[in-house]
Design a protein around this ligand. Structure first.
Ligand code: ATP
Ligand code: MG
Length: 320
């Protein structure tokens, strides 16, 4: 009996601690900037890689909580400009290791992505687009360098804090829509809302469905909808948490021409209405023509970045 009470107490304490922790974001004027003197490693073999990972782990346990509270921690001497940019990358590299073999994937990336723009990441298969999207969205971590997203250095967040960061700040649309089959369109969208635990949500679910042109379909189940409609529900789910940034990896990849154009139109509408920064990956140069900015990725590097002064409308691009 006594033991059970003790356990309950423990659980309560744990829950309290977690909910307090989430409210720990400092007021803007109290936030600090910390420059970490992170020594340079010359060795690009397995030894150097292990030394980098070790240092990153140490810095992560030291600074992760502080980053989540709103402080800026930089290992490259760069301070992010959050008024102007949604995302900033400095000296970013990513490897995969297999035994003693190190395979470089991202090979040294510096990048600034302006807020409230439509960004298209373009490049051939295997060039590193998905890897890049995953590290800037906090789904995966880099091996070296700073990734500032909405001001937070994702490189030094531990996994549980990274999860909190994603819940609070970013939305995802995948090539496969990943809807829950036993929930209606509206209920699927509400899943996003509940996960983010945001009380002051700027958009109501009804407003979101109106924006995506799906108000009539809100009570349908996934199997009663076309692919394009399901993808729009997955956009609604991502929008339900009012994300600063909306990420999509080949969001029209599974759709036919008509539905693909429709989904792109919705994304442009979302940018216009809610000022959301939209970042999508595609291997299709035609789709890139609707972007404000195109990031060309080749062989793990940014080949070039170009701005479209007059982006095309989804109805104006070739499709194939
Ligand atoms: N877990 C992993 N382990 C080892 N190598 C990986 C891993 N994931 C990806 N890669 C390699 O990284 C490179 C970049 O992969 P990525 O998925 O980022 O390419 P992509 O540009 O998105 O290609 P696609 O257009 O085909 O989706 C590829 O050579 C891939 O084989
Ligand atoms: Mg990919």
């Amino acid at each position: 009996m006594e033991n059970k009470n003790l356990n309950n107490n423990k659980d309560n304490k744990k829950a309290n601690k977690e909910s307090k922790f989430e409210k720990k974001l400092k007021p803007v004027e109290e936030r600090e900037v910390v420059f970490v003197d992170s020594h340079k490693f010359e060795d690009d073999g397995i030894k150097g890689f292990k030394a980098r990972i070790k240092l990153q782990k140490q810095l992560t346990s030291k600074y992760s909580k502080q980053i989540l509270s709103g402080d800026t921690v930089s290992t490259t001497g760069n301070k992010p400009d959050t008024d102007k940019y949604a995302i900033e990358l400095y000296g970013v590299r990513k490897w995969y290791t297999n035994g003693d073999m190190v395979t470089p994937i991202l090979k040294g990336i510096d990048l600034k992505i302006e807020k409230s723009k439509f960004i298209v990441i373009l490049g051939p298969s295997g060039s590193g687009k998905t890897t890049l999207l995953n590290v800037i969205s906090g789904l995966d971590k880099v091996s070296e360098g700073d990734v500032f997203s909405v001001g937070s250095n994702l490189t030094l967040l531990k996994d549980s804090h990274l999860t909190m960061f994603r819940r609070e700040n970013v939305g995802f649309i995948f090539q496969q829509y990943n809807l829950l089959s036993n929930l209606t369109a509206k209920e699927n969208a509400e899943v996003g809302e509940n996960l983010s635990k945001k009380a002051d949500n700027a958009m109501s679910i009804e407003e979101i469905f109106e924006t995506i042109g799906m108000k009539e379909q809100m009570n349908k189940y996934p199997h009663q909808m076309s692919g394009g409609q399901q993808q729009r529900v997955s956009i609604a789910r991502a929008l339900a948490k009012n994300p600063a940034i909306l990420f999509g990896d080949e969001p029209t990849g599974a759709l036919d021409e008509e539905m693909g154009r429709k989904v792109l139109e919705i994304l442009l509408e979302v940018k216009k209405r809610f000022n959301t920064t939209i970042i999508i990956v595609t291997h299709n140069p035609n789709i890139a023509e609707i972007g404000d900015t195109i990031i060309h990725v080749r062989n793990g590097l940014i080949d070039k970045m170009s701005n479209n002064p007059n982006p095309k409308k989804p109805s104006e691009i070739d499709w194939s």
